[in-house]
Write a protein that binds this ligand. Sequence first.
Ligand code: IPD
Ligand code: CA
Length: 268
Amino acid sequence: MSSPALARLPVAQAVAVEAGHLMRRRFLDRDRIAYEFKGPQDYLTAVDGEVERLVRGRLAEAFPEDGFIGEEDGGSAAAWTWVVDPIDGTANFARGIGHFCISIALLGPQGIEVGVICQPVAGELMYAGRGTGAFLNGEPMRVSQTSAMVRASVELGWSPRRPAAAYLDLVGRVMATGAAFRRAGSGALGIADVAAGRSDGYAELHINAWDCLAGILLVREAGGWTNDFLAGNGLAAGNPIIACAPGIQAAFLAAVGPGGLAQEGRLH
Ligand code: IPD
Ligand code: CA
């Protein structure tokens, strides 16, 4: 715990737990959750902003020189930059489904340094520092050993930021391999599930940095593979994401790539 990045990991964990408690309390107080839409299928509740302000404030107290980029209120980068989604899976949160989380990542000069995801309904805290391995409530996480698509179960994220036909093509190509697929509505948790070995892969044609940076580090530290999400303008504009267990990398990439990620030129 000597590097500046790893010194920030316990703070990020404590902030994620505190934020998790807040959003769980609000979630259980269901009658008070109202939602609106930022755009088509893009849910927003007052709790998204409330949680982001809490996290921004706590991290600024601890590390006033750090940058902060949040899904709701934006921000700017610095030498060390926190990239935060206060509630990932807002549609689930708003509609009473307990599959959502807070995602906190720290970016430094060498890429993603810290990733922390708290799923408060399940009581799960997942975290990693670069080079530390990945952990779920203190226990090491490892990606699955799955090596055949006919035994694989993957998640294919969706948002209206890409055409419906492109998503349906992606689903068709992945199903043609014999893999099972699902969409559960939280990109961060979908990627974290790969790290935990609960799922063998996650792909989405476009995702934002706050949804996926923490999960990417979890997957890499749990022995999995991801594309270079930050290539090009990934931090500001998002990119495709693909994360998977190494045993299905070639087959999953072949299925996802041709009409999806490869076309966008963001696979490395
Ligand atoms: C969305 C969710 C969804 C993913 C989208 C994200 P939000 O974030 O992670 O699963 O497919 O790309 O925008 O709106 O729940 O914060
Ligand atoms: Ca999100």
